[in-house]
Design a protein around this ligand. Sequence first.
Ligand code: PAF
Length: 282
Amino acid sequence: MERQGSVKTIRELRLALDRQAGKKIGFVPTMGALHEGHLSLVGQARQDCDVVVVSVFVNPLQFGPAEDLAEYPRLLDEDVTSARGAGADIIFAPAVEEMYPEPMVAKVRVEGLEDVLCGKYRPGHFAGVATVVVKLLNIVRPERAYFGAKDWQQLIIVRKVVKDFNLAVEIVAMPTVRDADGLAKSSRNRYLSPKEREAALVLPAGIQAAAKMIAAGERDAGRVIAAAKEVIAAQPGVKLEYFSIRGPLDLLPVDVIAGEVLVAAAVYVGRARLIDNMVIKV
Ligand code: PAF
């Protein structure tokens, strides 16, 4: 299809998509500040679908009052160029008033999954994510929507919402994209000074340390977590929020490692809150 500039209104977007009737629509929801992780989702959508829509919307509903909503990077011009370069046809970049013309009183809650891991430290975050994702899926009406495995909890929550509400969309998960030294790509990496970026490497290192212990036969989750926490604690300038081993789908804590487990962690490095995870099969 003919490529267009960024579309600001739901009406404009629907008009553009109605002209593509019968075509397979792939959708990549983002908050912008696009990096190679996002672009891998766009690239996969390009391969799978006839029309690729990327949304760029910094969703206020998923930020807590003390979080980085105001300073979250907003780089629409760069995002339009890079999303197009990766194969996007339409960039949907609505204003907050377009998405939320009146206060949202209906919200999507995902009991059991939204209050653990990151949700324990970011109350309301996943209700904000689930709510905007449902809105965006209803607006775009894609056959497929693409999410990165770096935000594992978000991915599991979105999959559960889609299942519970019988939403007619296939959720496609793509692997975490990392820099050569192992740091997962994240829009929040932009907050890191060179020294902080170096220190942040302890996050993938802690997860790797856990993976190594598990590969070597350790099955006691408590011992693996304690060892990984020591690795992270030894790095000055990094504050651990959580390090956890859980079931990858139910996100319940695991005592004895068996089958597949999710090893997930969050740290603060300076003002950047960084997350990472690995799903390990034993
Ligand atoms: O992962 C993100 O960037 C956001 O949480 C999402 C899915 C675009 C919802 O705002």
